[in-house]
Structure formats: C-alpha cells, structure tokens
Design a protein around this ligand. Structure first.
Ligand code: ADP
Length: 495
C-alpha cells in the first residue's frame, strides 16, 4: 500500500510529546512490513536546521494563501522513511515551538498555519503536486490535520482517510472571525461539519469525516465514548463506535533500551541490573541529593499540566519526605505547577530535585537511575513513559486509566503468584489513592526478592511496534477496500 502519514511533529526532528514518538517510529515499522509510507510535516525552523540532504520537489499554489508553498523531500533520520516538508516560511520558519511561542502562548495564527498544512497534505494526497506518487490512504493525526478528511471526501476518486486521536483534549478550536478569514467553504460552519459550541473545531472535522477513527489504546477508545473522557464529543464518537478502533502505541526499543542507551552513564539489562545502581548514584549526584542506594528514588518526566495529575504529586510530597524517599522531576508546562514544584524543591533539597525544561538526555538518565516512576494522570490516551519505565526496570505507579490500564499489571497476591505483576495501580484521582499505591510500592521495595521479580517481569514485557504496525496495516487494507467499493454501491443504489 501507499500511505501518506500526516503529523505535526516527528521524533527526532521535532517533539512536544508522545505524538512525535509515534510519528517517528510507527512509519518505520510499517516500512518494515514492505509498504510505501511517507511522512508529511511542516518545515519548522528547527527541522530545517537539522534535516540533511533536502531537495525541492514541488511548488504549490494553495487556495487562500498568497505565497506559493514549497515541498522539500528528505529522509527521516535513523531509517529510510521518506519525508515531505511543507515549507511556508511565513507560517513555520520562526523561533519558538510548534504550537506556541517560546514563552508558551499559542501562536495567534495557528488556525491559518495548520490550514496551510492541511491544504498541502491534500494536494499531495490527490497527486496534485506533480510528485508522481499517489497514496491509497492518508493517515491523519490529531487536530492539526483535521481538515484533511473532509477535503478528501469532497474530491472525486481521492484516497481513503484514517484519523487518529492522540489526545481528545486538544481540539483546535477557533472563533467565527478566524474561520471566516481562512476562506474555507462557508457550509463547513455547521453542526454537521466543524462547528462545536459556536467554535470552529479542527478535530471535529476529522472525527466526522474520516473513513475510520483510531485512538492509541483500546481502553481510551472505550473511555472517550463517555462524558467523563469525551470532552463534549462523546455523542459523536459513540455514533461512530463501529468505525473506531483502539490500537495500543508501541515503543521504539532502538531508542529506549538500557542495554544500548548511550545517554545513560552505564548500560545494563535484566542480567546486569546491578549496573542500575551506578546510574542511580549519578542521578542522585546530578540532583544534589544524598547518595544512598537504600533510599527509594521516585521519578516524574512529564508535561506539567493538569492532565498529568502533578497537583496530586504536590499533595503527597510531605508524606514522601517523611518516609525519607527522594523524588526527581523533569518537566515543563503550566507556570503555577512549575513554581510549586520549584518551591517544594527548595524547601526539601535533600529529598526533591526539580529540573524545569525539556531535556531528552536527562529523560533517559532518569529512567536509567530511578527506582519508581509516577504517572497519576487524570486521563492518559496511551502514555509512553510508563512503557519506557518497564524496560528500564523503573517500576511504574499509575492511575488505572486509558493506556496506563492497558499496559501495567497491578501487584496483588495473585499477580505476584502468577508472575504477571509489573507495577502499582490506583483508581480514584485523589492524593490519598495515589499515596496508598505509593505505600504499597514502598512496602514491596523493602522486600528485595519480590521487588526483583516485579522489575524482571516489567523488563521482559514487549511493547514493540510489530504487533501494532500489523494492526494498522490490516486496518488500512480494510478501509481502502471499503472506499473502493463505495462508488459501486452508490451506483447500484441510484439504479
Ligand atoms: P504526552 O504525549 O501526553 O506528553 P506521553 O507519555 O505519551 O505523554 O509522551 C511523552 C513523551 O515526551 C515521552 O517520550 C517523554 O519522555 C517525553 N517528555 C515529556 N516531557 C519531557 C521533558 N521535560 N524532557 C524530555 N522528554 C520529555
């Protein structure tokens, strides 16, 4: 199959979260299954700075945009996946992050930026860019690609589309004035298309018009049909239930493997776990914490936002300090959460180490050195860090929600007996519930034999992309076949 994979971030070129990890590794796995998959992404300044051997392959005149857009072609680093960059300098060649300025406020022209991106995706998808390549299916990801499915639907003989929800809470909502300025068809401002509570919703377009919907774990697929997790879109998603599939994200074990990880001070695997102690020592030193292997070392690597339950962690810090445990946090996001964490760090420098920022190397060192990983998310479409933690022998404590529930097996008498326990789970989104699972983790941590078994079981789990990539390609084939049948069925209906 020919597949065009559209994403607004891709590791290792540009990353704000899990979407980049998926966009960097899923296409590689699908290429490995012998399909021609190509990734399309905006040419942000950061990408132009890093990407090598780019060639100009097309100039596009896009509706509603005064300057032509260039398509550059290259390869995704670390593999052979073909990459198309949508180069529109007024929209993407600027200092800052993909969706926000350097100080975190959304770009005021985001609607226009991602409309340009969607128009360019559509042009390539319908072979209007002169590339002599036609996809059978376009795989769209998150709101930044939400206009593509309807653009395809309105083009005769266009390829099929799949829309993947990586996080329903980010919807791409804009007011009428912004919609009007985009020069999109006026009838798109309608409750059957993009309108959502008097806003223009990019994500709704994808949810209504894609031939198939997927999300990144089976449990999140069920959850988003309910008011608790559906962000107001649960009615629409429930309506599309028969064309919604949850496919668990895989992880890239060439990047996240303690046996080969050059970011961490000392490599280790299941049989040389004693080396993890050296990584722990270095991590304690780096955060100026007392160096002592007997002290349990907790870790958080996260966007610092309400979703991730960081406030619950702040609430249990006094208890953690009382237990003489240590905590290191790497993250950035909401300034109130950043400040509160930093204040806690200054109050308890012997127990709490805080690094505000985004630092990939440090993220690997924390996975390598910590004992226990905290992820008390209010909701979590899939979550990747708990899966990385398993492979690094860093036992996850997670809220039982979304992909966390699909990937971590709670430690109980039964799961210890059948050797399936890999972590500690709690249900209620409250500090006492989090604390009670941390206490259970600490009790087990103090029993080395049992702890080693939990660590070992976690390290043996296999969440590589192989199975998920297979599921995606099976789905692509099914959706393409359905799309090809549709004109025939319409003809028969007319007769
Ligand atoms: P989300 O996509 O909601 O942010 P995921 O768990 O799916 O959450 O993916 C987060 C990814 O971003 C992981 O690869 C994680 O290691 C990385 N990450 C998050 N915050 C930071 C940070 N401050 N520094 C380095 N990596 C980070």
């Amino acid at each position: 199959m020919n597949i065009l994979f559209a994403s607004s971030e891709v590791h290792p070129l540009i990353k704000t979260g899990g979407l980049a990890d998926v966009s960097g590794s899923l296409p590689r796995a699908i290429l490995g299954l012998h399909h021609d998959i190509r990734v399309i992404i905006p040419a942000y300044r950061e990408i132009l700075r890093q990407a090598q051997h780019l060639t100009l392959v097309a100039h596009l005149e896009l509706e509603g945009i005064s300057l032509p857009v260039r398509i550059l072609s290259g390869r995704l680093p670390g593999g052979n996946v073909k990459l198309y960059l949508v180069d529109s300098p007024p929209h993407f060649d600027r200092t800052g992050k993909p969706y926000t300025t350097s100080n975190g406020s959304p770009w005021s022209d985001n609607a226009e930026r991602f409309t340009v991106f969607c128009r360019a995706i559509h042009a390539l998808a319908v072979n209007a860019a002169g590339l002599d390549w036609e996809p059978d299916i376009v795989h769209c990801n998150d709101w930044q690609t939400g206009l593509v499915p309807v653009m395809l639907k309105e083009t005769p003989a266009a390829p099929a589309s799949i829309f993947t929800i990586h996080n329903l809470a980010y919807q791409g909502l804009f007011d009428w004035k912004t919609f009007n300025a985009l020069k999109l068809p006026a009838d798109w401002w309608s409750v059957d298309a993009f309108e959502f509570h008097d806003k223009f919703s990019f994500i709704k377009g994808g949810l209504v018009h894609a031939d198939w919907l997927t999300t990144v774990s089976p449990n999140y697929a069920r959850e988003i049909c309910t008011p608790e997790f559906g962000c107001g879109l649960e009615g629409l998603i429930t309506h599309r239930k028969e064309t919604l599939t949850g496919i668990l994200n895989g992880v890239d074990y060439t990047v996240w493997n303690p046996g080969r990880d050059l970011h961490i001070p000392v490599q280790y695997n299941r049989r040389s776990l004693f080396h993890k102690t050296e990584n722990k020592r270095e991590l304690q030193e780096r955060f100026a914490l007392p160096v002592d292997n007997a002290i349990p070392l907790f870790a958080v690597i996260s966007r610092l936002v309400e979703q991730k339950g960081i406030d619950l962690i702040l609430d249990i810090l006094p208890e953690l300090v009382k237990q003489n445990a240590q905590l290191v946090v790497l993250g950035s996001g909401d300034s109130q959460l950043e400040d509160a964490l930093q204040r806690a760090g200054s109050r308890h420098p012997k127990h709490i180490g805080i690094h505000i920022g985004y630092d990939e190397t440090l993220a690997h060192c924390i996975e390598g050195g910590a004992d226990i990983f905290l992820m008390p998310s209010r909701f979590e479409p899939c979550g990747l860090n708990q899966i990385y933690s398993l492979r690094y022998g860093t036992v996850p404590v997670v809220r039982r929600t979304g992909g966390l529930a699909d990937t971590i097996v709670d430690t109980t008498a039964e799961t210890l007996a059948d050797k399936t326990a890999t972590g500690f789970c709690f249900q209620a989104s409250t500090a006492p519930a989090l604390w009670s699972s941390i206490k259970r983790a600490l009790n087990h941590y103090r029993k080395p034999d049992i702890w080693e078994q939990i660590v070992d079981t976690g390290m043996r789990q296999d969440f590589s992309w192989k199975r998920s990539a297979q599921q995606y390609t099976e789905l692509y084939a099914r959706v393409i076949a359905q799309r090809q049948k549709r004109p025939l069925l319409e003809k028969i209906a007319v007769q």
